[in-house]
Design a protein. Sequence first.
Length: 241
Amino acid sequence: AVGAAMWMVRLPQTAAWEAGEGIGRLGFAVERVEVRGLERMTEHQIHEAALAGDSLAMTNIDLTDIRARVEAIGWVRSARVSRRLPDTLVIAIEERAPVAIWQHRGALTLIDIEGEPLGPIELDAMPDLPLIVGPGANRQVAAYVALIDAAPALRPMLEGATWIGSRRWDLRFQSGEELALPEGDEAAARALVRFARMDGVTGLLGEGFNRFDMRLPDRLVVRVPRERARREAGEDPSENI
């Protein structure tokens, strides 16, 4: 009796499915996928995800499932899916935009402003984007972009940044120096603006220093190479400016 009751519940659903398949065989089946909004992706990627369901009959395709499969693609931020009878799926895509390169566990990955991985990238094909390094650095990318925007004069001089201890940034410059910034978005931005101002006045970068430390709010600590410290007899290798 239980089996019979279950059969009675499932039968209309099965019949509706079969009816939909019959309608599909009459010409109401997906023959074309129209994709809108692509800039970096290929239509092939979207087609594969869209057509991976159990049926191509227009009345049986599940638009919610198609949307979920398409949005599972790394580059897709959001998708809208609709039918256009008799035989077309229309998929409107909003792509994620790469804003930085994340280096983690020896791999380079493009990420968007939310830190979402978009895909691997080779060292010899790196675009002109900020490089951030370390566990969890991808989730700090929006804060990092805002940080370097605070001192735009330094942006072209930067080589990359490392997220230290899940709390603060060390910046690396193309001229070889490192700059240790304090914890906190506002404190880091103030320190970077101050450093940019001092570099503009005194030319700190490219002058043979190893490291600048601005974790203390009232001073800049400068570290010079050991060889230089030896040459400058009697001088401490750490100078306060």
